[in-house]
Design a protein around this ligand. Structure first.
Ligand code: ADP
Length: 493
């Protein structure tokens, strides 16, 4: 009797999960009206005098104007980086290089709140994410690679580890500060100098990082930050005096870059798209797995190249898992990125929101069943409800293509062999997840999934010591750990 009553009890999630607003204060944050390029240790106006707006995707309001760097500006940055490399940075004892990098890490920690708020305002991600993940991890990468600066010769016993020269680095909008840290820290620890370009919708924290770099006393020209869109990126890629290109972004642009530098002496690493499989076996701890799936695709708006956007559920538990997922989706809070209760913030740009909406239409036209949480979303700004597709096939575009939004495609499987086959049947291979109580299944799946990172009974966990990167169209090379510094050095006898 008591059992029946409990079962019949319907929870109205919409009213039972109302939280009072808890917005993070913006009072301590200083944002200029206009930002120039950071070249040779100074903020410098662009040659063309052109600026573009960076807007807050949660309010659609302009935050600041950002300099649009031309090929001429990029050239000035490369000249400064070459001069700093030849005259100062490559000559400095490695332990001295390390000291500057530790200092950068410490200043980021001191200014962590400011960085977190600006990251959420400019990019739309929830403050919980920028405060607890992006900013601490960015500082951790500088700390970690500072430690490597004077130990690199031990990584290649009996040989000499030498820098390459000037690195051109191009990063996307999903983790603006963290991607800058992933790129800059190993490059300068190994003795290279840098010209970095953030994505055009999220330049602010890279420019704030430029202030930190200036305040750290890093010699002029060691790190230069130029802002702009694809044309500026192409000017970096095609500059003849750059020795290495490090790119994170779409597979499409990655291919353009690969073609542009074919036949040159430039080294390159590319971290591109993904379409990760999250696999739940019937013996998994289901509630934890559901939470991991939600974390893997919905938190951070699905703006993660390693997002677990394909879910494979073993047939016997499919109904339960999908029901629990839907229940959990109803409790997710979509809204103000600066509110500490928010789970899903703003989609980074109008273009990206339109792309996600387009995929929802494609999924429905292909015969998929679409479920969206009924949560309220703000009327202003770029927001999207968490969305789940069932009844999709392996060939559906929502299963095969990277959407980069809070959209999960669910498929079922019966055997380990079947799920490995399905999970690998995709052009990408960046990451994956497996949920099971059996260690043997973890070993089997992780050793056969063609993906650079596979999490077991967890998802989206990062550490500076751990290498990250893809198979197939997900990229070339690794970032993080000792693996992440190797693409910035040559090893000589
Ligand atoms: P996303 O789809 O994540 O926006 P993109 O590949 O378009 O990824 O952008 C990632 C980065 O690459 C951004 O900094 C962008 O300005 C830059 N970019 C875009 N087109 C080019 C190009 N042709 N050459 C170099 N960089 C580019």
């Amino acid at each position: 009797m008591a059992k029946k009553k409990l079962k019949d009890l319907k929870v109205n999630f919409n009213t039972s999960w109302e939280y009072a607003p808890a917005p993070e204060s913006k009072d301590h944050v200083k944002i200029n009206d206009r930002y120039d390029l950071f070249i040779n240790g100074k903020f410098t106006a662009p040659q063309s005098g052109k600026y573009f707006d960076t807007i807050n995707p949660a309010t659609e309001k302009k935050i600041a104007e950002i300099a649009d760097a031309s090929a001429e500006d990029v050239n000035m940055a490369v000249v400064a980086a070459r001069k700093a490399y030849d005259n100062v940075w490559s000559k400095l004892p490695a332990k001295e290089r390390g000291k500057y990098i530790y200092r950068i890490a410490r200043i980021i920690q001191e200014r962590a709140r400011e960085f977190a708020v600006i990251e959420s305002m400019d990019g739309g991600k929830p403050i919980r994410e920028s405060r607890d993940v992006d900013v601490p991890l960015a500082a951790a990468h500088f700390f970690y690679y500072a430690g490597w600066a004077d130990k690199l010769d031990y990584a290649a016993p009996g040989k000499k580890v030498r820098p390459l020269g000037v690195a051109g680095q191009i990063i996307p909008w999903n983790f603006p500060l963290l991607m800058a840290a992933w790129k800059i820290a190993p490059a300068i620890a190994a003795g290279n100098t840098v010209v970095l370009k953030p994505a055009e919708t999220t330049s602010l924290t890279a420019l704030k990082l430029a202030e930190v770099i200036r305040d750290s006393g890093l010699p002029d020209g060691v790190v230069n930050i130029v802002t702009g869109a694809g044309v500026t990126g192409a000017a970096i890629v095609n500059h003849p005096d750059i020795n290495k290109i490090a790119f994170t972004g779409s597979t499409e642009v990655g291919k353009i870059i690969q073609r542009s530098i074919a036949g040159t002496n430039k080294k390159y690493t590319l971290e591109l798209g993904g379409k990760a499989a999250n696999i739940i076996f019937e013996d998994a701890a289901i509630d934890q797995a559901v939470e991991g799936i939600v974390n893997g695709i919905f938190f951070n708006q699905g703006h993660v190249c390693c997002a677990g956007s394909r879910l494979f559920v073993q047939e016997s538990i499919a109904e339960t898992v999908i029901r629990k997922l839907k229940d959990r989706m109803e409790t997710l809070i979509v809204g103000d990125p600066l509110d500490k209760n928010t789970d899903i913030g703003a989609i980074n740009s109008k273009d990206q929101l339109n792309k996600i909406k387009q995929y929802i239409k494609i999924g429905m036209n292909e015969g998929g069943t679409c479920y969206q949480s009924s949560c309220a979303i703000p009327t202003k700004g770029y927001f999207h409800r968490p969305t789940l597709f069932t009844n999709v096939s392996q060939s559906s575009r929502v299963v095969q293509e990277e959407i980069f939004g809070p959209v999960l495609a669910v498929q079922t499987f019966r055997t380990v062999e079947e799920v490995i086959e399905k999970a690998n049947n995709i052009p990408y291979g960046l990451s994956g997840g497996v949920w099971t109580d059996k260690g043997s299944k973890i070993f089997k799946v992780t050793s056969q999934l063609r993906a650079g990172v596979v999490w077991a009974n967890t998802y989206n966990k990062f550490d500076p010591t751990s290498p990250f990167g893809g198979y197939k169209e997900s990229g070339v090379g690794r970032e993080g750990g000792l693996h992440g510094v190797m693409p910035y050095v040559k090893i000589e006898n």
